[in-house]
Ligand binder design. Structure first.
Ligand SMILES: [Zn+2]
Length: 334
């Protein structure tokens, strides 16, 4: 317990808090700025089990705020794997399970059913509303977080509510709220948000959760504020148990500001045999550069790059949605 001695001597944690942390299983959904820092904190603090869920790969533009390396970016390494590999060297006592997946209405319940608390590391409202429904339904606390430009928000939600839908009934329309791809993000804000999220996780574990309050801060302007949220009697999620986001259709998406597209799964793909098939086709030799890793097949053309995962999802860079679909049809089939 020497490694945790400075935590054990903390009045608010102590031996009891450390035991609860050690017994806890936490899912981090989205391993970008918020998620990778949350994972760093929980690993160092000695959480029992950490499930890291992310659909994306590391890019150079991530490194100013996300806890990855240049090598990860050079190799377009999947974030969940890159983070798990690095953190297992930080604290080998923590059981770390990486999952490369796009969290959607089809898989969200099974992905979080075996954890105690969910930490939101996503960057979009659609997934947050989905997590909200899944967590309320399964009776699991969720700590929401958001960071953009120079401000951030943290909102812990217990299954009894109030929940995300008491704060806002539905996701804001696309394009109506700033995203970090467009207005940027101050890295210090992201680490403040995730630090507060993990503080809230600890408080939930110790039975000291603060509910019905959004913590808002803008460290650049030195503004720290708390916004109260009242539970609505007609909240579809935490009051009426109507989990409409759990039956939403899974869609392809253009990734904001990156000229990249995320294609949802059309069914699993055997990436090893596809790699062999594509390398054997003589007329594709000049057209494509192919690389196979344990986690993905990288197909690089003259003006695009497709990263294909075994679950059938693909990230296509340098293409709009229609072109991405036709590239997928051409090289992968379907
Ligand atoms: Zn609610």
């Amino acid at each position: 317990m020497l490694r945790y001695s400075r935590q054990l001597s903390l009045k608010v944690i102590g031996i009891e808090g450390q035991r609860k942390l050690r017994e806890a299983s936490i899912a981090i959904v989205g391993c970008g700025a918020l998620g990778s820092h949350s994972a760093e904190l929980l690993t160092r603090m000695g959480v029992g089990r950490l499930k890291l869920i992310d659909r994306d790969v590391v890019e150079l533009e991530n490194l100013h705020r996300q806890y990855y390396t240049e090598e990860h970016a050079r190799n377009s390494h999947p974030k969940a794997i890159a983070l798990a590999e690095r953190l297992s060297k930080v604290n080998s006592e923590v059981e770390i399970g990486p999952v490369i997946a796009d969290v959607n209405s089809r898989n969200v319940v099974s992905l979080i059913t075996d954890v105690d608390i969910v930490v939101d590391g996503t960057d979009n409202f659609e997934t947050r509303f989905l997590l909200n429904d899944a967590c309320i339904k399964l009776g699991k606390p969720c700590v929401f977080g958001a960071a953009v430009e120079t401000y951030g928000m943290v909102y812990p939600v217990l299954p009894s509510g109030p929940c995300l839908r008491d704060l806002m009934d539905s996701p804001p329309p696309p394009g109506s709220v700033p995203t970090c791809d467009v207005v940027g993000i101050l890295p210090t804000v992201a680490s403040m948000v995730s630090s507060q999220q993990i503080t809230e996780v600890l408080k939930i574990l110790l039975g000291k959760a603060e509910t019905g309050k959004v913590l808002f801060f803008n460290p650049w302007e030195r503004i720290f504020d708390e916004i109260k949220v009242a539970k609505r009697d007609d909240c579809p999620s935490c009051a009426l148990s109507k989990f409409e986001y759990l039956s939403k259709e899974v869609k392809d998406a253009e990734l904001c500001g990156r000229s990249s597209v995320h294609l949802s799964s059309r069914g699993p793909v055997d990436i090893r045999s596809l790699y062999q098939r594509l390398t054997s086709l003589q007329d594709l030799q000049d057209e494509l550069r192919l690389k196979l890793s344990a986690y993905a097949l990288y197909i690089k053309g003259r003006d695009f790059e497709m990263i294909l995962f075994p679950d059938g999802r693909a990230i296509v860079k340098g293409a709009d949605l229609n072109r991405a679909k036709s590239l997928y049809a051409r090289y992968v089939g379907i």
